[in-house]
Design a protein around this ligand. Structure first.
Ligand code: NI
Length: 200
């Protein structure tokens, strides 16, 4: 297991366009293995090569069911919309409300150069968009004019925990920050329905 250092926002490497991968050799395989380990260790949802200082079009995404390796990924289709707090391992402790498509289909190459297509919705779709932007030198902070601090995020969790009658740690286990806005809306809608039912 080899961990690579995750670059933060200030590093110029995060603001440059990455070149396509043309050689599917052992160096690429080592990079992918290290990125998987680094992502797992950091407990993130996705990681792009520039975040570990490599200007190549390589991404790993943890869908919760599998770890996807995406080489030279391109978005083919997208639909719907979602809005929620988004974070980045390169911008630690900060969250921003970012609108993304709710469904994304992309094509990419695997570590041996074979093209394949993959679809994702909700968190995975958000992650696809976020990671592919990294490959063009863009960060999620460009899509938001207000960055939430960890304290503001905690307040949102508290608001939702109260609505559900749960504790914040219980809730954090079930609802990742990127789902918070969506689930908070549902929780509020449910609270209103319960409230009006009680009044009858
Ligand atoms: Ni990121």
């Amino acid at each position: 297991m080899a961990l690579r250092k995750i670059m933060t926002e200030k590093e110029p490497v995060l603001h440059k366009k990455c070149r396509p991968v043309t050689e599917f050799n052992s160096r690429l395989h080592q990079l992918l293995d290290d990125m998987r380990d680094t992502l797992e260790e950091a407990n993130g949802a996705g990681l792009a090569a520039p975040q570990v200082g490599i200007l190549r079009r390589v991404v790993v995404v943890d869908t919760g069911e599998e770890m996807l390796e995406l080489v030279n990924p391109e978005i083919l289709e997208q639909s719907g919309e979602q809005d929620g707090p988004e974070g980045c391992l390169s911008v630690p402790g900060k969250w921003g409300l970012v609108k993304r498509p709710n469904w994304v289909k992309l094509r990419a190459q695997d570590r041996f150069g074979n093209w394949f297509e993959v679809e994702g919705e909700e968190l995975t779709a958000r992650c696809f968009c976020h990671e592919i932007e990294h490959l063009d030198g863009h960060l999620f902070v460009e899509h938001t004019d207000h960055l939430m601090t960890e304290e503001e995020l905690e307040e949102k969790y508290q608001e939702m925990a109260a609505l559900y009658g749960m504790t914040v740690p219980q809730l954090r286990e079930q609802v990742p920050p990127a789902r918070l806005q969506h689930d908070l809306k549902l929780a509020k809608a449910r609270a209103v329905v319960v409230d009006s039912a009680l009044r009858k």
